[in-house]
Design a protein around this ligand. Structure first.
Ligand code: DGL
Length: 265
């Protein structure tokens, strides 16, 4: 089973890790659009253009299914991705919303995701009586990518974002950006113990496993990362170090151009 997934940077690693836990016999084509990171402050049109380019690129990658490992693109351009790919597409927002049990839901996400209210709308579709509050966190992704998570600055920024949600007595918190599971230890330090953390990649992985079970069990060999391919739109060396840090692997990372020419090295 060969899965395609993408993100602006390392956020998709959290989705990849969750999928591997549930579906170990999968291999990946991972594209990090590092040249355009962060996505979270981009306009709707920019994200639509990015979704067009990325899904067109993946349409030539011989994948069996596609995971939208970026909430920002999920919120703005899921239809574009589905239109360009003829394999099953699994998304984070729909997967998470369909499994929500709690009634006072906080969502942290990028500014572009929050602007769409995609999480609120999706949750209310399944649980119309829920209370949902969304908080945009513009500083998180740049700080995570620059590995500034252990600073006091980061802690203060996190408290600034979470306090308004705690004031609203949330009982759950959705990590509405795939980068955020990387800072779970810090978030749990700030949150009160009654707040359940929800990582949408868990629901996505479960959906994937359920719908692909027969295919997955046909693969007896563990192929993860042996057959996986990693691509970036800039700085392969920097990304390689991040893969080593977060995934404990040392893969070959190839540079691609998404402007119609495909692989350039
Ligand atoms: N990790 C992505 C998301 O889930 C993109 C974050 C960014 O580049 O700002 O939204």
């Amino acid at each position: 089973m060969r899965l395609g997934l993408f993100d602006s940077g390392v956020g998709g690693f959290t989705v990849l890790r969750k999928v591997v836990e549930l579906c170990p016999n999968t291999s990946f084509v991972y594209l990090a659009d590092t040249a355009r990171l962060p996505y979270g402050s981009k306009t709707t049109n920019e994200i639509i253009q990015i979704a067009e380019e990325i899904s067109s690129w993946f349409s030539h990658q011989n994948i069996d299914a596609f995971l939208v490992a970026c909430n920002t693109t999920n919120a703005i351009a899921l239809d574009v991705i589905k239109k360009n790919l003829d394999v099953p597409v699994f998304d984070l927002i729909g997967s998470a919303a369909s499994g929500i049990q709690e009634s006072r839901v906080g969502v942290i996400a990028t500014p572009s995701t929050v602007k769409t209210k995609a999480y609120t709308n999706a949750i209310l579709e399944y649980k119309p009586k829920s209370f949902v509050i969304e908080q945009s966190c513009p500083e998180f992704v740049p700080m995570i990518e620059m590995d500034k998570m252990n600073s006091d600055d980061f802690l203060n920024v996190a408290i600034k974002y979470l306090q308004p949600l705690l004031n609203q007595k949330i009982d759950s918190l959705i990590l509405g950006c795939s980068h955020y599971p990387l800072i779970t230890p810090l978030l749990t330090e700030i949150l009160t113990s009654n707040v359940k953390l929800i990582d949408p990649s868990e629901a996505l992985s479960l959906k994937l496993k359920l719908s692909m079970d027969s295919k997955i069990s046909n693969f007896s060999k563990k192929t993860f990362l042996v057959d996986s391919k990693f691509y970036v739109t800039s700085n392969p060396k920097g990304f390689l170090l991040k893969a080593k840090h977060w995934l404990k692997v040392f893969p070959e990372v190839n540079l691609v151009s998404l402007q119609k020419k495909g692989c350039v090295s």
